[in-house]
Design a protein around this ligand. Structure first.
Ligand code: C2E
Ligand code: MG
Ligand code: MG
Length: 562
């Protein structure tokens, strides 16, 4: 686009003349957009195809809102905003316009930002219609995603009742094939799979290559008598045959996500989103399988996204909606309260109070547990300082998530926290759930060694669920083992589990650590569990988790806290 550089010294009139001339030789529509005045200049050829009205349009935004397909407008607006702010100098988007007959047209718009003669920021470029050509993918020969969008849009608008299903097919672990076997092997796999798909479906069924390793089958053939599951199984069997014929030189499997009815009333973007979700479900369920789009699972997923958004908002609003509750931990020797566990709560107007079982994993997936974990640490340390005035050796147990341990500078955080608040390390007892990572991550053992050196005590949480085993106890040098409520409940019901718990307690003791039993609710439970010889009890029997103020009133002498 050398002509763009030359345009820098031209007046607008000269530019218009130039683009009119260029226009004659090229199958695209030229435009100049003055980003400072919001003026859009284009050619007569463009006017014949798209409803611009004039070659020069001042204040073009309202008109663009009419020409651009509504769902795509925000994408365009963001891109233009970036050009105006100087974040980017190139505009390049594929999206949809309405033509003069109000038909949807996929276009590719490219442009470059230049400073014109009068000092204005100009976007100079061209709009190309994608629908006119059939952009095929070089590797598989199939049509590409943009073409799918175009065709699906038309089909959903004009003949939705004809659609049998959309099936999105993905190769399991495709990235690994590229990495381990090389890009060429990856390309071969794509070609093989494309052949398997095309040779399986009815010749009238459309097959597209959407992106990297994903394909879309769009069946809108009247009287099609095979279900999506049958078609998927056949493709999968062919893939397995091909892999065998090639003597396992490159092993791979495929998953698929199918949308059968839920596309009604939606557009191609929605089909993309819902099939992608179904494909991800198939992969999450273990790969090498097909998943039908499940509305309730999708709604659940959207709710989780919404919760994540609301929590992010609340975190930025000074942890609004978050609160730390405290539950007493009692020593069995004299039933004296020796500490408390800090338990995070979150509520919002839309969903009320949300269970930690739901919101903690969302915080972990998004990394938001790192700032929230710091908030809990500081809150707990501050409360502990206050409560130590009444009970000098009081400590607060703080739960640490693996994400905090793995992805944040935990040593720095805990050190800063006790320094800023002014409490000894022993006032915070760090609780950690073992979930298989201690074994695989050598740095973690080192981290715990450092925490011990700094005088922090560590508890192994949720013992009896998942991965817990005695070896970790030594590896992380835990001072306490917390036996999970589910295990305790089991032991109260059956003699065999009770014996196991008794042995575990003996073993923990022989390693020099102490045991805290979680979830004791009733006196009979306490009596029975006491015979197993634990050191501490935490459960509703001694107190439910409660806000700091209530905890003080209930368990600490209010007068001494003034
Ligand atoms: P956890 O660390 O094992 O905490 C003990 C859980 O058992 C708490 O559930 C507590 O309310 C519950 N519990 C205690 N005694 C009884 C009882 O007698 N009966 C019954 N039915 N339940 C009892 P909660 O507060 O719902 O927390 C659930 C989990 O969420 C925690 O399990 C912990 O893994 C996580 N969590 C809570 N706060 C935080 C936090 O600040 N950071 C991190 N990373 N995780 C947290
Ligand atoms: Mg805990
Ligand atoms: Mg626990």
């Amino acid at each position: 686009m050398e002509y763009i550089a030359a345009m820098q010294n031209m007046s607008i009139d000269q530019m218009i003349a130039v683009i009119e001339v260029l226009q004659r030789s090229i199958d695209a529509y030229f435009y100049i957009m003055d980003l400072d005045t919001d003026t859009y200049i284009t050619t007569r050829k463009m006017l014949a195809r798209f409803p611009f009205g004039n070659t020069v349009t001042e204040h073009v935004k309202p008109l663009l809102r009419e020409i651009v397909y509504p769902n795509d407008f925000p994408k365009l607006e963001t891109d233009i905003r970036r050009c105006i702010s100087g974040e980017q100098a190139i505009h390049s988007l594929e999206y949809r316009w309405f033509d003069v007959d109000h038909k949807i047209v996929w276009i590719e718009c490219k442009g470059t930002v230049i400073i014109g003669k009068d000092g204005h920021k100009l976007l100079v470029g061209r709009v190309k219609e994608l629908g006119r050509e059939a952009p095929a993918d070089n590797i598989t020969g199939l049509r590409r995603g943009t073409r799918f969008q175009y065709n699906a849009e038309e089909l959903l608008r004009d003949r939705p009742q004809a659609i049998n299903y959309f099936m999105r097919i993905g190769i399991d672990n495709f990235k690994e094939i590229n990495e381990k076997e090389g890009v060429e092997a990856g390309d071969n796999v794509l070609r093989e799979l494309a052949d398997c798909i095309v040779s399986t479906v009815d010749p009238k069924v459309d097959v597209y290559r959407l992106m990297s390793d994903e394909f879309m089958v769009m069946d809108a053939v009247p009287g099609s008598d095979r279900t999506a599951a049958e078609v998927y199984n056949e493709i999968r069997a062919k893939v397995a045959d091909t892999v065998r014929e090639k003597e396992y030189s490159c092993f791979y499997t495929i998953s698929a996500g199918v949308l059968q009815d839920d596309f009604r009333g939606g557009d191609a973007n929605m089909v993309q989103r819902l099939t992608e979700f179904a494909l991800n479900e198939a992969k999450r369920n273990g790969k090498n399988q097909m998943a039908l789009f499940d509305r309730s699972a999708y709604d659940e997923y959207l709710k989780r996204l919404d919760i994540r958004k609301l929590m992010r908002r609340d975190i930025n609003d000074n942890f609004q909606g978050f609160e730390v509750y405290y539950q007493p931990i009692v020593s069995v020797r004299d039933y004296r309260m020796i500490g408390a566990e800090a338990l995070l709560r979150w509520r919002c107007d839309k969903y009320g109070s949300v269970s930690p079982g739901v919101f903690i994993p969302i915080l972990e997936e998004s990394g938001l547990i790192i700032p929230v974990g710091r908030y809990v640490l500081w809150e707990a340390a501050r409360m502990c300082k206050k409560w130590r005035e009444v009970i000098p050796d009081f400590h607060i147990n703080v739960n640490l998530s693996y994400v905090q341990v793995h992805k944040s500078d935990l040593i720095k955080d805990v050190d800063r926290c006790i320094g800023e608040v002014g409490v000894p390390a022993k006032s915070l007892l760090l609780e950690l759930t073992e979930s298989g990572y201690i074994e695989t991550d050598g740095r973690i053992k080192e981290l715990f060694r450092d925490l011990k050196k700094m005088d922090f005590d560590i508890a192994l949480d949720d013992f009896g669920t998942g991965y817990s085993n005695m070896r970790y106890l030594q590896e992380i040098q835990a001072t306490t083992v917390k036996i999970d409520r589910s295990f305790v409940v089991q032991a109260l019901k059956n003699e065999h589990d009770y014996n196991i718990i008794t042995h575990i307690i003996d073993m923990v003791h022989s390693l020099g650590a102490t045991v805290c039993m979680e979830g004791i609710e009733k006196e009979e439970e306490l009596d029975k569990i006491m015979q197993a010889n634990p050191d501490m009890i935490q459960g509703y029997y001694f107190g439910k988790p409660s806000p700091a103020g209530q905890f003080e009133e209930q368990f600490l002498q209010p007068a001494a806290l003034q």
